[in-house]
Every structure is written in structure tokens, then in C-alpha cells.
Design a protein around this ligand. Structure first.
Ligand SMILES: [Zn+2]
Length: 363
């Protein structure tokens, strides 16, 4: 007979470092093995392996700031807590700088699926910004979307993991660039499950992108929006009311607004929490005080995710470990987080049931 609780342990090595020193080393974590392990907030272009960045740079004669791989890691992986969101996001830049060809885009997409599979994930919604991936080497943005779709499809034929793709509009590059990015995404809309708005929330508020999300709605794609991470609760209200967000990425600022939490509870609007990311971007100073506790106690549809695992040096099970050991979540609460991921994901009702049954049958 199988145990309901799956106990496992692993060791972090130097290239897979976790910022919170208390968690470095060998430790144990627990998830419910009869429920799927799901990552709904996972950036494909924030999860480019440092080794791959190194090898693509060599292949394309791109000069990196270090001549030794170990010394290069801090340029692409957060080593502690960064000063703010923008400092954190700068760690992603080398990963896309080395994407010289569409084959490179395909390769990193394939590796993303491989990484999700190796991390024990059963279902993931991988998000990517095609303009961010294309811009350094003047690749065609729609071709980048096609390359990502290809790489993911190939890998899904090899690895037993279910993947859907979310297209990102990178607000940091402004309204026009986001329109071009949206056009490229909509050209491949049948291969996407949703559209997201990410980047510099503070300087590029959601109000600037209302017309973009009208088009997303018209295309009948789902909507998730990064909000309440670098800006306040008003940014979350705006994402819900004007951009029609069904899920909110991070949503840390919800904690300051009871009415907003009540509204999200009534309307089943999910919060995609990313614990380590919030610490590393300086959004949360002390992980033990993360509002996910408050959200879960209130019955909100909050789930646990990675964000940029390659840049953060973490995987999803680390986050469950933090939930249990740093936030003190018990078995029931861990189970609720896993149930919430299944409920909040953009699969259809029948696909959710099939995924649940598949995990029950294989454990
Ligand atoms: Zn994110």
C-alpha cells in the first residue's frame, strides 16, 4: 500500500543554491503523492540552465563577463536577496542574450520540459515573452513563438509531463512593443492557453494595456497578470476589473485590502504565490511572514509555484519545503495548496479529472 505522504530528500549543490541559508544542505520535504504536483507560474525564459547559457555563448562567440563557469553563475543566478524586482530581473538577461538562432530557442524550450519532468512535476503552465527572447539578436518574434511550441512539443513526446504555454506581454518595453508581441502570440493562439502581463509593474501600470487584453479576451484566451508584487492592491483591482485577470501572479499586496480578498474569494480568482522569488526580489523581507498563510486561512484559491527556477536556483519541491518548515503548514494545508493548483489551472474540467485520476493510478 502506498503512503499518502511522499517523503523525499535531496541535496542542493553549488550551482543550485537557495538564498535562505537555513535551507542549504540536505533536508526533507513532503507533498501528497496522490495529488499532482503542478507549477502554474514558471517562466520558460527565466529557466535557462546556466550550463546552456555558457555553452551557447561559446558556440556563438559571445563574450561573457567571466572566463570560468563557476564565477559566471552569480551573473545568472540570484545569490541572496536582490534590492528590488528590477535587480532580480536583470539576472535573466544573459539567458536571452545567447539566443542567436531559432534552434537555440527550441533547445531551451525542450530543456525546460526536461527540467519540469526531472523536478517531479506532472503538469506545468510555462510562460514566455517572445519579444524578450527575440530582441537581442533580432529574431522574428512570431518565429520565436513557433520555436518554443516546437521544442515543448518534441520534449512532451519524450517525457511524461503535461505542459501548456502562456504568452507574456513584457510591459517594460512599452505599449507598442507589447502590441507586436501580442500579434506574434495571437498568430499561434491555438497553441497557447493564456496571456500574461509581466515586467516592471511599478513604472508600466496595467492601465496602459487595456486594449491589449480586450484582444486577448476576443481571442478567448485565459488571463493571468503579475500584480501586487512591486505595486499595491490597486494594481490587482485594475488587473481584475480592466484586464479580466482570472489569476494574479504574486498578489502579495492583497494582504492590505480585506475587500479585495473578499472579492477574490467570492469570484475564485487565484493567487499564484512564489515564496523564494518574493524573498529574492525584496518583496518579502522575512519568509516566515509571507501572506500566503493569511490567504490560505481565508480560503483564497492560492497555490505554490517557482517563478524563475533557473535564475533562483530552486525547484517546486523546495517551495513546498519552505511552506512546511518555515511557514509551519501541516499536511492538510499542503494538500490544500496542491488541490488549489489543480483547481486554478487552465485545464478544462475533464482534463483536470484525467490528471487527478492519472496520478491516483500511478502512485
Ligand atoms: Zn513571474
Amino acid at each position: 500500500m502506498h503512503s499518502i505522504i511522499d517523503v523525499f530528500s535531496f541535496t542542493l549543490n553549488s550551482s543550485n543554491r537557495l538564498s535562505n541559508k537555513k535551507q542549504i544542505g540536505c533536508y526533507k520535504t513532503m507533498i501528497h503523492s496522490q495529488l499532482p504536483l503542478i507549477d502554474l507560474h514558471r517562466h520558460l525564459d527565466g529557466n535557462i540552465r546556466p550550463q546552456t547559457i555558457w555553452s551557447l555563448a561559446q558556440k556563438h562567440d559571445i563574450v561573457l563577463p567571466e572566463t570560468n563557469f563557476e564565477d559566471f553563475i552569480p551573473h545568472v543566478q540570484v545569490q541572496g536577496s536582490e534590492s528590488d524586482l528590477l535587480a532580480f530581473l536583470s539576472k535573466l538577461d544573459w539567458g536571452v542574450t545567447v539566443l542567436k538562432t531559432l534552434d537555440d530557442c527550441k533547445r531551451i524550450s525542450y530543456e525546460n520540459v526536461e527540467d519540469a519532468y526531472n523536478a517531479g512535476i506532472h503538469y506545468a503552465e510555462l510562460r514566455f515573452s517572445p519579444y524578450y527572447m527575440a530582441m537581442n539578436n533580432n529574431l522574428d518574434v512570431a518565429d520565436v513563438v513557433a520555436a518554443v511550441i516546437d521544442g515543448v512539443k518534441d520534449a512532451c513526446n519524450t517525457y511524461d509531463v503535461q505542459i501548456n504555454l502562456i504568452g507574456i506581454l513584457s510591459r517594460t518595453f512599452g505599449v507598442e512593443k507589447c502590441q507586436a508581441e501580442l500579434d506574434a502570440l495571437l498568430a499561434h493562439k491555438d497553441h497557447l492557453i493564456a496571456v500574461d502581463l509581466a515586467g516592471d509593474e511599478y513604472n508600466f501600470p496595467g492601465e496602459m494595456f487595456v486594449s491589449h487584453f480586450k484582444q486577448v479576451q476576443k481571442a478567448q484566451l485565459n488571463v493571468t497578470v503579475h500584480a501586487g508584487e512591486a505595486a499595491g492592491a490597486e494594481s490587482i483591482w485594475q488587473a481584475i476589473n480592466q484586464l479580466h485577470a482570472q489569476r494574479i501572479g504574486h498578489g502579495v499586496a492583497c494582504r492590505t485590502d480585506e475587500k479585495l480578498m473578499d472579492y477574490m474569494l467570492q469570484h475564485d480568482i487565484a493567487i499564484e504565490s512564489c515564496l523564494t522569488s518574493n524573498f529574492q526580489t525584496g518583496t518579502i523581507k522575512d519568509l516566515s511572514q509571507h501572506p500566503i498563510k493569511q490567504f490560505l486561512a481565508k480560503g483564497l484559491l492560492v497555490c505554490l509555484n517557482t517563478d524563475d527556477p533557473g535564475v533562483q536556483g530552486i525547484e517546486l519541491k523546495n517551495e513546498y519545503n519552505i511552506a512546511r518548515n518555515t511557514l509551519g503548514f501541516n499536511d492538510k494545508e499542503i494538500m490544500q495548496l496542491q488541490e488549489n493548483s489543480l483547481k486554478a489551472c487552465f485545464l478544462s474540467a475533464s482534463e483536470k479529472l484525467a490528471l487527478r485520476n492519472k496520478i491516483r493510478n500511478i502512485v
